[in-house]
Design a protein around this ligand. Sequence first.
Ligand SMILES: Cc1ncc(C[n+]2csc(CCOP(=O)(O)OP(=O)(O)O)c2C)c(N)n1
Length: 376
Amino acid sequence: MLGNDLYRIFQQHELTYFCGVPDSTFKDWMSFLDDRHGEGLTNRIVTGERDAIGWAAGYYAATGKIGMVYLQNSGLGNIVNPVTSLLDSSIYNIPVLLMVGWRGQPDQPDEPQHKKMGTITQELLQMLDIRFSILPDSLDDAERIIAEANEYMTTTRQPYALIIQKKTFDKYTKQKKTQKPYDMTREDALNIILDTVHVEDIVIATTGKTSREVFEHREATAFGHQNDFLMVGSMGLASSFAAEIALQKPDHKVYILDGDGALLMNAGVLSTIGYYAPSNLFHIVIDNRAYDSTGGQPTTSSVVDFVQMALANNYKEAVAASSAGELRDAFGRLQHQSGPSMLVINVNSGARPDLGRPTTSPIENKLAFMNRWNKQ
Ligand SMILES: Cc1ncc(C[n+]2csc(CCOP(=O)(O)OP(=O)(O)O)c2C)c(N)n1
């Protein structure tokens, strides 16, 4: 179905407030919302799913109108607390319409990090007392389901979820053009970093295309994957994971390859890193101002100064680089200084269309990594 047609149905029920974290399942819907933001509808792309529940509940408290929160089902875990302690009928009794991207749907091919949540998505909603439907492909059926959902939310003031399967939305060509002011992509920056790191250095890569590009670089250079941990799920946790590894392995340099979206989702980690201050930890933030891996939706990073954030959280050094030359210079210097330090690399969003996926399993990745770093 077309985003525009679905929106018309929501509009009939005064559902014009949308908020959340993107998922590729509904990236065309998100592009539509982003183009139309401010033209009768509100679209707030926020830094985390639990955060989104806060925004939508605030919208309800301020207006008496129901807001929608879109999220990948991986984010369902993140909203368990605000659903039970903010929305539930045993507490404030606040309705929110959830739009849940169904990754890892049983019998559909998908990546391993989605398998478990794909299997328990419906059960989890049931446990949370959230009534739900799978959004039908046909517009007439969708219209009926949304009318029922709206009736239910209005009378009970309880949340309702629409589960979105892959290929529900037709292709939408975004009208707003993305700026490309830099001379590097994320992959260009990663290649420079990976060509420079030492064979005794540990690399932890964040969720999405970063991990995929790291994997491909190691394949292309026949280096092997044993030095790297690819955090393919658990968005935001590459930094926490890497920080503990740095504390446990003080004789090795540890590099976090983070994204602006992932770091903002777990921004509290900056203070924890600053507090425990592993001197061998190097936090590299590849800032493309987008959730590039799920379709390039804007993050809030265009208003964020990561360098100042790091310094304010007791990082010993933080610098930004916006070209290949600046990156080589800054990285060369940082590598030989004591951390924790941060290197923010400004790049354009976008990736190669033929970017592959890791051909080894997460378990193989973990075993190779643990064998490599625990045997000395
Ligand atoms: C909890 C959770 N919410 C949403 C997603 C879907 N997701 C995967 S990668 C990604 C974008 C990551 O953005 P960023 O860290 O900026 O890296 P980029 O893709 O731009 O390189 C999102 C939203 C997820 N994996 N987990």
